[in-house]
Ligand binder design. Structure first.
Ligand code: BT5
Length: 255
């Protein structure tokens, strides 16, 4: 089987579902370490007791409401970060396709906030968490999409279209397989979905540091380039971004 992401038919995903687990990312990482996973294994659950965000944060969802799943790719290639971008774009594309199938227009305010949050109307609709184990090859990419429930100030798919978590997973996997394989072509697709470019952003870094500037570019490794008020260009590969405003806007209120 060719392990390059994006070139398989949708049918070679190996999808399993369980009612409850700790974290689908943990489950796939442990299974990978035991050598039990084939490429393109997917695990979905109705409920996570210790759903994880990045940096040891939590991912919340009441039982049975949202899409909580992880995929394992045995050979993510030279740029594992691109796989994470592919999952983020796939979620945007899947929701857009479902809205279209229901007769609605493409949601103009649906897109990505760097690096991989799916946003709708300025609120977070989905998060992506990639993890690797030093004891196993491959990468695990988990994704939580708010479908029927979202925390205060977040967004959910039900605001746009009715779908259940299993149906949305099918749409996400189909969208993943429809993305272009060519890295340069995909990079353009990713940038087109990235709401962050051209925005004034505040980048929060580990250790209480932050940097404010205009998000100007994303490089081949997925790092974001931000230009500060003094013209200095800084490149970040980790960090949380807050969109402050469009760079061309005349006022400076946070939104
Ligand atoms: C993420 O982290 O956005 C990655 C979330 C990945 C979750 C999936 S679910 C399946 C798989 N198995 C796992 O254990 N995890 C993955 P981060 O950017 O760190 O965002 C976490 C922060 O988002 C939290 O600190 C909350 O503030 C907020 N948050 C928690 N639950 C949320 C939700 N359902 N919707 C929106 N925001 C949420």
């Amino acid at each position: 089987m060719d392990p390059t992401p994006g070139i398989h038919s949708r049918n070679d995903w190996h999808v399993a579902a369980v009612d409850v687990t700790g974290s689908t990312n943990d489950d796939l990482l442990r299974a990978a370490e035991r050598g039990e996973l084939v490429d393109r294994s997917v695990l979905r659950t109705d409920h996570q007791t210790v759903g994880r965000g990045r940096l040891d944060r939590r991912w919340d969802a009441p039982p049975g409401t949202n899409l909580l799943a992880s995929m394992y790719l045995a050979a993510p290639g030279e740029h594992p970060g691109a796989v994470v971008q592919r999952v983020g774009v796939s979620i945007v594309r899947a929701v857009t396709a479902l809205v279209g199938a229901a007769g609605g227009p493409p949601p103009a305010t649906l897109g990505l906030k760097w690096p991989n949050d799916v946003m709708f109307d300025g609120r977070k609709m989905a998060g992506v968490l990639a993890q690797r184990s030093t004891a196993a090859p491959g990468i695990v990419v988990g994704f939580g999409v708010n479908v029927g429930w979202s925390p205060p100030e977040a967004a959910d798919v039900a605001e746009l279209v009715n779908v259940n978590p299993a149906g949305l997973l099918d749409a996400v996997l189909a969208a993943f397989d429809e993305l272009p394989d060519d890295p340069a072509v995909f990079a353009a697709v990713y940038r087109a979905e990235l709401l962050t470019l051209g925005q004034v952003v505040r980048v929060h870094l580990p250790g209480d540091l932050e940097f404010v500037g205009v998000a100007d570019a994303v490089d081949a490794d997925g790092r974001i380039e931000v230009v500060g008020a003094d013209g200095a260009r800084q490149t970040f590969d980790v960090g949380d971004v807050v969109h402050l405003r469009a760079a061309s806007a005349g006022d400076d209120r946070d939104i």
